[in-house]
Design a protein around this ligand. Structure first.
Ligand SMILES: Nc1ncnc2c1ncn2[C@@H]1O[C@H](COP(=O)(O)OP(=O)(O)OP(=O)(O)O)[C@@H](O)[C@H]1O
Length: 289
């Protein structure tokens, strides 16, 4: 994918401007082509966004508030439509919500009157309406165990902490075995300790299941820990008196060992180089490109 990555030293690959390799044929598992969104015709939030995500790849997107990250995720989820361009998954254009894509938002969005088991069973039954109760139970129990919540399976959301609720949201998204997982700052509302624990859990589940993931985060370390590639997005801005829409400014490949853990991240060769590169982008380049 990034054939020149090895020449860049440890940590990250070429800060290439656009990921042209990803938009070329053959298409990636998820393919975004020339995507644009305008709420105001003369001032698109972003335009010309092209990227692809391969099966089993974990891609994070980082950018300042308002650059359009959630809008892109919503288009991928089929919850919003682009003003221009296309998004394809598995060769088919995304044209609405589908159980082939699991979505986790910052707010857990659990049904408060249902237990953990019932919340997840609801999703499982929607995905496989023909399943018998025993099959649904087994699937629910498997994914609840995966996020370490077996003891709380019959509790209601109001009896759970914020971190536990977020874990239920993650278990629910995984339980429908989506082809693609879309995460919109899923840990944004959690305290640092809980956040770290769940990041580790998510990472091991993703590695185990080879899940394909697109995730929005504001946390540079989170992106470096989890992502195989990090999309850096710039905001729309007035440049020399003319408006320039936001867009994908750079795609950074994370070449740190894939088995990395949170505890050893900052000891890895190349970590600071990668981190500084992303922070520099956010500080000095993200507002215009
Ligand atoms: N329904 C809407 N009508 C008009 N403008 C909108 C609408 N939804 C979003 N926007 C604008 O589009 C831009 C992109 O919004 P979006 O939520 O995608 O950004 P974001 O990068 O995810 O931001 P954040 O990091 O704060 O969540 C923002 O300027 C926002 O105000």
């Amino acid at each position: 994918m990034w054939s020149d990555s090895r020449q860049q030293g440890a940590g990250f690959a070429a800060p290439a401007t656009k990921d042209s390799s990803m938009s070329a044929q053959p298409r990636a598992f998820l393919q975004v082509e020339n995507l644009a969104k305008a709420y105001q015709a003369d001032k698109p939030v972003f335009a010309g966004v092209d990227f692809g995500i391969h099966k089993g790849e974990f891609v994070c997107i980082i950018g300042h508030s308002g650059c359009g990250k959630t809008t892109i995720l919503n288009v991928l989820a089929g919850l919003d439509t682009a003003s221009d361009g296309h998004a394809f998954m598995d060769g088919r254009e995304i044209a609405g919500p589908s159980l082939e894509r699991g979505v986790v938002f910052q707010g857990h969005a659990l049904m408060p009157w249902l237990s953990v088991r019932q919340n997840i069973a609801f999703a499982v039954k929607s995905r496989w309406p023909e399943w018998k109760k025993a099959e649904v139970d087994a699937q629910v129990e498997k994914y609840v165990a995966m996020v370490g919540l077996s003891q709380a399976i019959d509790k209601k959301p109001s009896q759970l902490s914020g971190g536990m609720k977020q874990r239920v949201g993650i278990a629910r998204a995984f339980a429908i075995q989506p082809k693609m997982l879309l995460l919109d700052e899923p840990f944004g509302a959690l305290d640092a300790l809980t956040r770290g624990t769940i990041q580790d859990e998510l990472m091991s589940i993703v590695r185990e299941t080879h899940q394909t993931v697109f995730m929005i985060t504001h946390d540079v370390d989170e992106a470096i820990l989890l992502a195989d590639r990090i999309l850096l997005m710039s905001n729309g801005a007035d440049v020399n008196g003319a408006y320039k829409p936001g867009g994908l400014a750079e795609v950074v490949s994370n070449t740190l060992p894939r088995e990395r853990t949170r505890a050893q991240l900052h000891h890895l060769d190349g970590y600071y180089e990668l981190r500084n590169h992303i922070v520099d982008f956010l500080v000095s380049r993200a507002k215009a490109h």
